[in-house]
Design a protein around this ligand. Structure first.
Ligand SMILES: [Zn+2]
Length: 285
């Protein structure tokens, strides 16, 4: 039985209604049918995926030439548009539009930007908290851990890494750096003090610094002084676990994990009382 068109549940409620208890059961084509949308795979020009809606039915078209994980996310993204913005007859989404909304910094912008909302909806559907959360809690916050999770959930590395810092048990950050420029964007875990931002460029002792300059580095996490990454009002002699990789375009993706959170607690305690529990909206995962 298809879903009544007046009832538009949240992704997790939808998955529970369908009795899904395992990531391998998240079959997008079947879920889309349940929501009144049909997914087809046909070549597209000028966009990665498209939604065309008429009354209570929609057609989602996804370019078949993309990587499997990207096709899956694009389909879920369009389904998100269908479930969130049914008043709009159509969407044509490029990879750049979807990627740009990852970098939308402010929570309030992410809530009103249809692309960011569709991305969030897709992430909630493909990596629901009740399946992803328990795995993330037990996991290190590293690129290899994120890669393992991409295999389970069929999702892209960046979407999965964002989820990992959101549901992981340690304070952490995901940072996208560019050669010779200020970072492109960053997100921090919910417990991370909102007033702490990354340095505009990684410090010279970081792995990312060398990767951005074309050097080869050993794969895997390394311990780095954390003032190399975060602007601190007072320097602490403490370390952060850095896991960085260079992408094809020369930009660098970094996961930071704080094993020792004492300096973070100290920082929070030094804040004026009214600001201590202020969860900053910039860069939250
Ligand atoms: Zn879109």
């Amino acid at each position: 039985m298809a879903l009544g068109h007046q009832l538009w549940p949240k992704p997790e409620d939808l998955l529970r209604q369908l009795g899904i208890t395992d990531a391998r059961e998240i079959e997008l084509e079947a879920i889309a049918q349940y929501c009144g949308a049909t997914i087809v795979y046909e070549p597209l020009h000028g966009c990665e995926a498209r939604l065309l809606a008429h009354r209570d039915r929609a057609i989602i078209t996804v370019d078949p030439d993309s990587h499997h994980h990207r096709k899956r996310f694009s389909a879920a993204h369009e389904l998100g548009h269908w479930m969130l913005d049914r008043h709009q007859a159509g969407f044509a989404c490029t990879q750049a539009m979807m990627a740009k909304s990852w970098s939308t910094a402010l929570d309030r912008q992410r809530q009103v930007d249809p692309e960011a909302r569709a991305n969030r909806w897709a992430a909630d559907l493909l990596m629901p908290e009740y399946l992803f959360g328990p795995l993330a809690e037990d996991s290190a916050i590293t690129l290899d851990a994120a890669r393992d999770l991409t295999r389970i959930f069929g999702t892209s590395l960046i979407a999965t890494a964002l989820r990992l810092i959101r549901f992981g048990s340690a304070s952490s950050m995901l940072i996208w750096s560019r050669p010779g420029q200020r970072y492109k964007w960053f997100r921090s875990s919910p417990r991370f003090p909102a007033a702490l931002w990354p340095r505009p460029e990684p410090g010279p002792e970081t792995v990312a610094y060398r990767l951005l300059r074309g050097f080869k580095e050993k794969r895997g996490p390394a311990l780095v002084k954390w003032d190399q990454w975060v602007d601190l009002p007072n320097p602490w002699q403490s370390f952060v676990r850095e896991d960085s990789m260079r992408m094809r375009n020369g930009e660098v993706l970094t996961l930071l994990e704080w094993d020792d959170e004492t300096p973070l607690d100290d920082f929070l305690n030094q804040q004026p009382l009214g600001r201590r529990h202020l969860v900053g909206e910039r860069g939250r995962a």
